[in-house]
Structures are given as structure tokens and as C-alpha cells.
Design a protein around this ligand. Structure first.
Ligand SMILES: NC(=O)c1ccc[n+]([C@@H]2O[C@H](COP(=O)([O-])OP(=O)(O)OC[C@H]3O[C@@H](n4cnc5c(N)ncnc54)[C@H](O)[C@@H]3O)[C@@H](O)[C@H]2O)c1
Ligand SMILES: O=C(O)C[C@H](O)C(=O)O
Ligand SMILES: [Mn+2]
Length: 567
């Protein structure tokens, strides 16, 4: 690959403190002179490889994953090329450090680990100056992607006040090649109901109860309108909003802007790909599955809808018949009619079971039907957990499921790892190695009764969302349609190792996540072209090359000083 040349306007101390332009010891002698930093750097010029070796040695000195996370975060603040190259070279080892599970620990300690601000913080008491604050950071910038979170439901660890959007956008760069200078991470700080944070004198967010209702809606709307006005072609990615806002905001804005909710749509898509792979192993169809979903929040609903749509588009089942293949449970047990509107969100309506089916089934003292009873009656072929309830899939539940199903498909998806509904090794042991497993965070392989190892796939939305977003962005699509998402999902499913060998993992390895997300992006962009949503004039045959050309790679390139160049 030939080295790109950049005309850069930043010089002196400013270039050394710019994570976008800083090369540290890799500035050449000519560049040091041109940018006025000869006296600010030690003599030796290093290659990027040498810098990565040094950085990796330094990383190794930190023992705990959280300290490694902090070290890498500092490196991101100093030098993007080095940060992304280092992680790219040790992807499998370092994704769990910057992403799940370690990011959960980093976010819950955000105020104590805080060193340097990153991205944009829009705080409710500053709502009147929101446009100025927004423009201060974004004017004259081309922005392709905005990741926004109000941090109400961070992974499974709940309300964190300020948090996750930066890790999610770093994953876009690492796994899809999104240019980091064209991404913006936004925290909408509307307060927090987390008492620990409110009582912590070091808490850096707005120390106020979480604002809800009309005031919240107006605040979010003001932000979305700014995005639409100033960056009409950007993709707006919503992350970890609370269950009462996630789907609602998606529905509100999906016709007006290219929006994507990762917990609903990204999780739905990766899980559909995983189930497509699993039914390949069991030689059945998605439409034949009986699916129990434990935890009917954003992820649970997104998964139910995506699998239901998969039954319809892939197997031709009528949507109504497809709905009947699902049993959803939440904290009040099985979602059935008699729970009433207080306990059933309106968006769950299509999956509510009728009471008459459950009349003779034992309940608890509150009249709720628990998971074990549901498994006994339904005899599910698929059991999915997105409840944040660690250990909910007990030995009794798993053994009961395995009694009726030759190869139970079991996906404990709650993150981080400690919140998984069942440990994969336990599910493996309790099913005599028959379970087809995937988890939300990385786990080591299971030891099988026959002495072999079973690789547990990581069914995490990061296997697909970067590609979905990058595909839509490169094709300049006005929206990210359901059909584009299905195209990406099918492409991901087609890459599943289990398709070639049923003893292999249900999804591709995370070490291959960049290649996988590239394929997803190509499929999404092809679909956008085909359905007439693309804002580019590409033929379908050229999409692959065009997507590849637009990927940002962590290489330094040559710099020439130009006072009118890039900043
Ligand atoms: N693997 C992935 O890619 C992925 C993607 C999204 C979410 N998740 C994980 O799924 C979990 C849920 O995320 P979400 O965004 O849907 O959150 P959410 O807050 O929208 O939903 C959680 C749901 O679980 C329910 N719940 C809580 N305790 C329960 C219990 N004891 N029994 C039954 N239901 C219970 C809640 O009432 C809520 O409806 C989190 O742990 C998150 O990390 C994983
Ligand atoms: O962030 C993740 O690891 C996946 C998912 O979006 C989640 O909320 O758990
Ligand atoms: Mn999430």
C-alpha cells in the first residue's frame, strides 16, 4: 500500500498533543523540522512496528484488565494510529480490554478513572446553549457517524450517568475502518438515579436525579434536530438507552434520519445470524423453532422481532404465525395477557401469550409463571437470555430443556460476563455436550465429555453493527432499512464456521471480526444500491472495491506542512 500524504496545518506543541496527527518518535527528521518539533523529540526515529512493540511491553506491565484499559485509553488520547495499530495487532487479546467485559468496570469507575474528556457532553442544564456547544466541536468537520448514549442501561450494569459511546465508536474504527476523525461520541447527561454516583463527591456528571418525560423528550429532540440540520448524511447510532426510550426513539426518528439502535437492531441481527447457523447444525428451519426469550427489554424485543422477521423472510412464515413461536419472560414471569398494561410495555404487544394456554400451570404466589414452568410446557428448542439476571438458567432449567430437544440452542447474552444467565461450561456439562452455545462476552472453549473442545461463539452485536453502519455510511444511504440489516445478517451467517463443520463455533471468531464486518458492510451497501437508497451512483459489482477504498487504516502517512491544510 502506498503511503498517503497529508497537508497538515497543526504544528509545534499542538501537533504533539493532537491524537489525530501525533506520531511521537515516528516523525521523520524532515517532518520534525517542518512542524517545529525537532527539539521536542529524542533523536531516534521509530517505525510504527517499533512503537507497537514498545507500547505492548508497557501494556504488559499492567496486570489487571482495568489498568490495561486505562493505559489504552491514555494511548487513544495521545496517538490514534498507534492505539488502533496496537489493538489491531492483538485483536483477540485486547478487544475484551477496551470492550466487554472490562469496559463495564471502566464505565462504572468512570469518575474515578477520569483523566481527559473525550467526545461531546451535552448536559441538560446547558440545554439553551446546546447548539453553540455542539457547533464549537463540530463546525467545519465532516461527520459520518454519531454514537449517542444517555447511559441509562449500560450493558447489564444499569444507570451510569455518563459512559459508553466512545468504546462503541472505537469498535467502528477497529472492526469496520470508520475514520475516527469523522466520528463523534455524544453523552446526553440528563442526570442519574444511581444513588452510589449521586453520593460520590468525585462523580463528574450532573449530580441530579434522571430527568424523564416531556423535558427529556425535548432535550433529546433538540439534539436530534441539530444532527439533522448540521450533519444530514450522518448515521446516528443510539446505544444503551433505557428500555422505555430505546424502541420509542427509534420509531420516532427512523423515517427522518439514518438512525440505528444497536441494542435493538444490532443484537437482533447478530442473534438471527447465530440462530441461522445453529439451525444449519440441527438441520431444521428457523420457522420450526420454539423460542423462549428471558428478559424482554431492548435486546429481548429486538431479538424477538428480528427472529420473527427472519422466519417470515427466510422461511415464508406469516408474521402472525411467526409471533406464536415466541415466549417472552421478564421480571413478572411469562408475558401473558393478565399481567395487564402496567407490566407489559406497548411494544411487546405482538408477543403476549393468552392466559387460556396457561390455566393449569403452577404459578408463584403473585400468579406469575416462571422460567422452569415455561420450559416444561413449551419444550423450547432455543433459549435466549438478555435479562441481566446471572445464573437464571439453572441446572434444572437446562436439564429440563435437554430432555425434549436433541441439540438445545442456548444463548446467555447478558453482559458483562459475570451477568450471564449460565456459564457455558455448565450448560455444556448439564446437556452432556449437546448444547449449541453462544454468549454475549468472550468465554474459553468448553471441555466436552469426549475430551474435545467446543468453541463458544461470541454473539455480540460488535460482530455486525460496525459493518451495518459502515455499509450504510459508505453507500450514503438515507436510511438503514430492515432489508439492509437482513442482507448484512445473511452475509454474517454465511461465514459461520458451523456451516462447514457442525462441531465448530456458531459464529466467526472475533479475531476475524474486521474481515467479517467488511463482508457485512459490502452486503449492506449492495442492498442499498439495489433498493435505490444509496446516495452514490455505484453499480453493484463495484461496491466491494468502493467500500474497501473508504476504509480508514492506522498508518501514519507523510505529512507536509501547509497553513491552509487540515487541522
Ligand atoms: N450480546 C449482545 O450483543 C447484547 C446486546 C444488547 C444487550 N445485551 C445484554 O442484555 C442485557 C439486557 O440489555 P438490554 O439493553 O435489553 O437492557 P434492558 O434494560 O432494556 O432490558 C433488560 C430487561 O430484563 C428484565 N429483567 C431484569 N431482571 C430480570 C429478572 N430477574 N428476570 C427477568 N427479567 C429481568 C428487565 O425488566 C428488562 O426488561 C444486558 O446485560 C446487556 O449487556 C447483550
Ligand atoms: O456492549 C456490548 O458488549 C453489547 C451490547 O451492546 C450490550 O449492551 O451489552
Ligand atoms: Mn449496548
Amino acid at each position: 500500500m502506498s503511503e498517503p500524504t497529508f497537508r497538515v496545518a497543526v504544528r509545534g506543541e499542538a501537533i504533539l498533543t493532537s491524537p489525530r496527527w501525533n506520531k511521537g518518535t515516528a516523525f521523520t527528521a524532515e517532518e520534525r523540522k517542518a512542524f517545529g518539533v525537532t527539539g521536542r523529540l529524542p533523536f531516534r526515529v521509530n517505525t510504527l512496528d517499533e512503537q507497537c512493540d514498545r507500547a505492548y511491553d508497557q501494556l504488559e506491565m499492567h496486570e489487571s484488565p482495568l489498568r490495561k484499559n486505562t493505559f489504552l485509553q491514555s494511548m487513544k488520547d495521545q496517538n490514534w494510529v498507534l492505539y488502533y495499530s496496537l489493538i489491531g495487532r492483538h485483536l483477540k487479546e485486547l478487544i475484551p480490554i477496551i470492550y466487554t467485559p472490562t469496559e463495564a468496570e471502566a464505565i462504572s469507575n468512570y469518575s474515578h478513572l477520569f483523566r481527559r474528556s473525550e467526545g461531546l457532553y451535552l448536559t441538560l442544564p446547558h440545554k439553551d446553549s446546546m447548539e453553540d456547544d455542539f457547533l464549537e466541536q463540530t463546525k467545519n468537520r465532516e461527520i459520518d457517524l454519531i454514537v449517542v448514549s444517555d447511559a441509562e442501561a449500560i450493558l447489564g450494569i444499569g444507570d451510569q450517568g455518563v459512559g459508553i459511546s466512545t468504546a462503541k465508536s472505537a469498535i467502528y474504527t477497529l472492526l469496520a475502518g470508520m475514520n475516527p476523525s469523522k466520528t463523534l461520541s455524544v453523552t446526553l447527561d440528563v442526570g442519574t438515579d444511581n444513588e452510589d454516583l449521586l453520593g460520590d463527591h468525585l462523580y463528574v456528571g450532573w449530580p441530579h436525579g434522571r430527568v424523564r418525560g416531556e423535558e427529556y423528550d425535548q432535550f433529546v429532540d433538540k439534539f436530534v434536530q441539530l444532527v439533522r440540520k448540521h450533519h444530514p448524511n450522518s448515521l446516528l447510532h443510539f446505544e444503551d438507552f433505557g428500555v422505555n426510550n430505546a424502541e420509542r426513539l427509534l420509531d420516532l426518528y427512523r423515517d427522518k434520519h439514518s438512525v440505528f439502535n444497536d441494542d435493538v437492531q444490532g443484537t437482533g441481527a447478530v442473534t438471527l445470524a447465530c440462530i441461522m447457523s445453529a439451525v444449519g447444525v440441527t438441520k431444521s428451519r428457523i420457522a420450526d423453532q420454539r423460542i423462549v426469550i428471558y428478559g424482554a427489554g431492548s435486546a429481548g424485543l429486538g431479538i424477538a422481532r428480528q427472529l420473527r422477521d427472519g422466519m417470515a423472510t427466510i422461511d415464508g412464515l406469516a408474521p402472525h404465525d411467526a409471533n406464536a413461536r415466541f415466549w417472552l419472560l421478564d421480571r413478572f414471569g411469562l408475558i401473558k395477557e393478565s399481567l395487564g398494561p402496567d407490566k407489559i410495555r406497548p411494544d411487546l404487544r405482538e408477543f403476549v401469550r393468552s392466559d387460556s394456554e396457561w390455566e393449569d400451570i403452577p404459578t408463584n404466589e403473585r400468579g406469575e409463571v416462571g422460567l422452569l414452568e415455561v420450559v416444561k410446557k413449551v419444550k423450547p428448542t432455543v433459549l435466549i437470555g438478555c435479562s441481566t439476571h446471572a445464573g437464571a438458567f439453572t441446572e434444572e432449567v437446562i436439564r429440563e430443556m435437554a430432555k425434549h430437544t436433541e441439540r438445545p440452542i442456548i444463548l446467555p447474552l447478558s453482559n458483562p460476563s459475570k451477568l450471564h444467565e449460565v456459564k457455558p461450561q455448565d450448560a455444556n456439562d448439564w446437556t452432556d455436550g449437546k448444547a449449541l452455545l453462544a454468549t454475549g462476552s468472550p468465554f474459553p472453549p468448553c471441555k466436552q465429555p469426549n475430551g474435545k473442545e467446543y468453541i463458544v461463539a461470541e454473539c455480540n452485536n460488535a460482530l455486525i453493527y460496525p459493518g451495518l453502519g459502515f455499509g450504510a455510511m459508505t453507500a450514503k444511504s438515507r436510511c438503514l432499512t430492515d432489508t439492509m440489516i437482513i442482507a448484512g445478517t445473511r452475509r454474517l451467517a454465511s461465514l459461520a464456521p458451523a456451516l462447514k463443520d457442525p462441531d465448530e463455533a456458531l459464529l466467526p471468531d472475533f479475531g476475524d471480526a474486521p474481515a467479517v464486518n467488511f463482508e457485512v458492510a459490502v452486503a449492506v451497501a449492495e442492498q442499498a444500491v439495489e433498493e435505490g437508497n444509496a446516495g452514490v451512483n455505484w453499480k453493484k459489482e463495484e461496491v466491494r472495491q468502493r467500500v474497501a477504498e473508504r476504509q480508514w487504516k492506522p498508518v501514519y502517512g507523510r505529512y507536509e506542512y501547509d497553513p491552509n491544510g487540515e487541522t
